[in-house]
Design a binder for this molecule. Structure first.
Ligand SMILES: [Zn+2]
Length: 80
């Protein structure tokens, strides 16, 4: 009996702290920002070897082990 009470107490506390953390995160971050963060988290980002701009890997142009933001920069190479 005492074990059952203890179990429900721990379970209730876990549920409460989870709900509180969820509510706090929802308040701090608007849904749009959360979606943007999720998108950033799921798509690896690459830095253009020429101008240093950050872009999603699917949009980056590869040349060897380097990534570029556009064909011009790929042609220009990593020289500034
Ligand atoms: Zn570039």
């Amino acid at each position: 009996m005492i074990l059952r009470i203890l179990f429900f107490a721990v379970f209730g506390w876990l549920l409460l702290s989870w709900a509180r953390g969820r509510a706090r995160r929802a308040r701090v971050m608007p849904p749009v920002a959360r979606e943007a963060q999720a998108a950033r988290a799921s798509v690896p980002m690459k830095v253009c070897a020429h101008c240093g701009i950050l872009l999603p890997e699917p949009e980056a142009l590869r040349s060897g082990d380097k990534h570029y933001c556009c064909a011009e920069h790929r042609r220009a190479g990593s020289g500034q």
